[in-house]
Structures are given as structure tokens and as C-alpha cells.
Design a protein. Structure first.
Length: 428
């Protein structure tokens, strides 16, 4: 991953003296991160995954379903977004990837209707083995497989914690199973079995993904001027302190659209603490130049725009045409047009004093994708150190989970009482 922060200076959002001051804080934060990694502390252990993940063990576990025409991931949040990001970024294979990460009945029914269960691998993921949405969807999938006359125990792979209902289920039925790594929150687990199982079933290069993560680990250095990950995390933090409280993640590659969703969870759940944290917004270039750019240029000056592009991709020539107004397109390529759109957006934002950063990866292959995911995780952890928050917890999310469980009769939770006492002002 390479990063260009020059347009933060061009937009007068930061100056070089600011960067020099920030660099001292980065050095201290890097030492804390290094210490956490050395001790394999909760959360910091995430940055050790390239060294601790065993691709061979993952490939061995999925061998019974390696002939599948489709893989269905049943999970939510960090148990699904990393897998979806990797599969989409690495492109189509002979095995399609579907995801059930919500409990919208119509969406679930539509997804299941597309599948031939006799050739579908079911990848169910939950650290606790008690996640309500995941377990509910899995029960629906199991029943659909039974109704189709398919033995679900022959088509299911489980990734879960050392204990819990899913672990018991895996043991009881002899299911292929993998373990969610200890000390790694779900949103930081893409480069473990949590994110790599579908890619392994699809035949993607999971060793390359882990190697890319290791390249990211090797690039960490105690200065934002030497480390792209820290440059991104530190400057995003510094801009938030200057009231640029929105971070727009805008990749210029459709293969990275799911990446922007993964980033949104990573950034929001990790840094949204103690009344602070940037709000991540998902966008897609060049599409959202025609829908959101007007706001970014002419609206409130409260946004950092993170523009991501792939520097080495395929080309699709644009045919020549006899229409004079379109002659400038003939002989060019779609990739060339996309690059022009990228650079025009970047310049237009800077001209409107809207700070933006350029993030580049070489290509959409396993190594580059693995490195991008790793370095964005490192950027987030670095930012968490600068914010001085508990980066690896999510108490606000847990509140909602307890409320939902209480409403469904899973126990007495005081959080559920807040739902019952909701004030109403209905307009009909």
C-alpha cells in the first residue's frame, strides 16, 4: 500500500509543522503497539495473524467441500465482512460466494432460492456460537437443506471459539471446524480462518493473502513518514481533531466495494468511543462522483475523502466513433477513463479545500489485498492509540444485543426495558 497525503497540505487542513508534531506521537504509539504484539495482548494480537494463521490447516479443513459450486457464509459483522471483501476483491471463480449477514426474511429466502444445496458449502462463523442472527439463519439453512434431501452435516464447515453451542455442534456431528483466534476481535480477523475459509473453498491464494499481511507487518515503522499505515491513521486522527469528523472511503474499483463496508465497521466500531471518532461513509468511484461529490465539494467542510485505486489492472478499449462530441473517447480505454476520473476528483476536492488522501495498491491480487487489509487494521489501531480509547471493545453494540435477547425471551436484561418505555409520537 502506498499513500499520498499531499492534498492534506494543499487543502490547508494540515501543514508540515503539524505533521512533525504528529510524528512524535506516532513514535510513542508504535512502541505501545509493538509491546502489545510482543505480549500477544488482546487486540494487538490481530497484528500477529500473518505469523500465526496456518493456511494449510484451513485448506485441510475445507477439503470435504472443496468441490462445491457455491459457498454460503452465515455470519454477521466481522464474521462475514472480511470474507466478503476478500472474495469480491480476488474476483470470480468457479465457486460463487453468497453471504447471509442479516435476518431480513425476504433477502434470506431470495438467497436460499438461488442455491443447489447438494453442491453448496455452508460456512458458519461465530466466535461465541450464540450470535442470535447467525444462529437463526443457520437454523433456517439447515431446515432448507433437510427439505432438499441434503445432509447438512456433509456440507458444513464451522469456525467458532473453543467453547459454545457451535463448538459442541461441531464435535457432536464431526463437522470440519476451525478456531477463531484468541485475542482477535472479529473486525480484525480477516486474515484468519474467519475471513479465509470461503476464499480457500473458491480456490483463491490464501497463502498469498497471508504473505501480503506479513509484508504489511514488515512495513510498520515508528514514523508516519516511513509507514503508509501510520501515515493514514495519524492524519485521519489529526483531521478529526480539526472537526473533519467524516471519513469517506471511496475506492475506484468495484472489486473493492465490499472493502469500504469492511472499513466502515473497522473504523466506526473501533474508534467511536467517548463522544469522538470519525463517521465512515461508503462511496464508489466513479459512480458516486455523480451522487455525492457535490456535497463533498460544496457542503460542510467536515470530511476527509480517502480515494483508493489499483494502479495495475486490465484494460478495455473504447471503440472509435463517428460522433464528433465523443471523438475524444475513441482509442482510449475504460481504465484510462477511470484514472482520469480519479485524478479529476482528487484535484477538484483539493481546489475546494476538501482534504483527501490517495491510497494505492498495485493490483487486485492476493498479496496486495492481504497487505491492504493488514495496513488498514494497523492504521486503525494507531489511531486508537492517539485517541486514547479502548480500540478493541464495542460496549454500545453489546447494549443492543442484550436488548434484543431480552425482547426474544432469552433472559432478563434491563436494556430490554428501554424498548418497552419508548416514547411515541405517531403520524398516520
Amino acid at each position: 500500500m502506498q499513500i499520498d497525503i499531499g492534498n492534506l497540505l494543499a487543502a490547508n487542513a494540515l501543514d508540515r509543522a503539524d505533521l512533525d508534531d504528529l510524528d512524535g506521537a506516532v513514535e510513542s504509539a508504535h512502541q505501545r503497539i509493538d509491546d502489545g504484539r510482543a505480549d500477544d495482548e488482546f487486540g494487538y494480537a490481530s497484528l500477529n495473524l500473518p505469523a500465526t494463521t496456518d493456511p494449510a490447516a484451513i485448506e485441510s479443513a475445507v477439503e470435504p467441500v472443496a468441490d462445491s459450486d457455491a459457498v454460503l457464509t452465515v455470519g454477521i459483522g466481522g464474521s462475514a465482512l472480511g470474507a466478503a471483501t476478500i472474495s469480491q476483491a480476488l474476483g470470480p471463480s468457479e465457486t460463487d460466494h453468497y453471504v447471509l449477514d442479516n435476518v431480513d426474511p425476504k433477502s434470506v429466502q431470495t438467497t436460499l432460492s438461488k442455491l443447489d444445496f447438494s453442491t453448496t458449502a455452508v460456512n458458519v462463523v461465530s466466535r461465541s456460537g450464540t450470535t442470535a442472527e447467525t444462529l437463526a439463519n443457520f437454523l433456517v439453512v439447515r431446515e432448507a437443506m433437510d427439505d432438499a434431501g441434503v445432509d447438512w452435516t456433509e456440507r458444513t464447515v464451522v469456525t467458532t471459539g473453543d467453547e459454545g453451542p457451535l463448538r459442541d455442534l461441531a464435535h457432536g456431528h464431526g463437522l470440519p471446524s476451525l478456531t477463531v483466534p484468541n485475542g482477535v476481535p472479529g473486525r480484525f480477523s480477516a486474515l484468519s480462518a474467519v475471513g479465509l475459509v470461503p476464499a480457500a473453498i473458491q480456490g483463491h491464494d490464501i497463502e498469498g493473502l497471508v504473505a501480503g499481511g506479513q509484508a504489511g507487518a514488515d512495513s510498520l515503522a515508528p514514523s508516519l513518514f516511513e509507514c503508509p499505515a501510520y501515515a493514514y491513521g495519524a492524519t485521519a486522527y489529526a483531521l478529526d481533531q480539526r472537526e473533519y469528523s467524516t471519513n469517506v472511503m471511496m475506492p475506484y474499483a468495484e472489486g473493492l466495494e465490499a472493502f469500504s463496508e469492511w472499513f466502515a465497521q473497522l473504523w466506526a466500531e473501533s474508534l467511536g468511543k467517548d463522544g469522538g471518532g470519525q463517521t465512515p461513509v461508503r462511496a464508489l468511484g466513479a459512480t458516486d462522483q455523480h451522487s455525492q461529490l457535490q456535497l463533498y465539494r460544496a457542503g460542510p467542510k467536515d470530511k476527509l475523502v480517502s480515494l483508493v485505486r489499483v494502479t495495475d489492472g486490465p484494460e478495455q478499449p473504447i471503440p472509435e466513433t463517428g460522433i464528433p462530441d465523443l471523438a475524444y473517447l475513441g482509442g482510449k480505454g475504460l481504465g484510462e477513463l477511470l484514472d482520469a476520473e480519479f485524478e479529476a476528483t482528487e484535484a477538484s476536492l483539493a481546489a475546494a479545500a476538501c482534504p483527501n488522501v490517495r491510497v494505492e495498491i498495485d493490483r487486485l491480487d492476493a498479496e496486495s489485498v492481504g497487505q491492504l487489509l493488514y495496513e488498514m487494521e494497523a492504521a486503525c489501531i494507531l489511531a486508537g492509540e492517539l485517541y486514547d480509547v479502548e480500540t478493541f471493545t464495542q460496549p454500545a453494540v453489546e447494549w443492543g444485543k442484550k436488548a434484543a435477547r431480552g425482547l426474544l425471551g432469552a433472559g432478563d436484561f434491563e436494556e430490554a426495558e428501554a424498548v418497552a418505555s419508548k416514547e411515541q409520537l405517531r403520524i398516520e
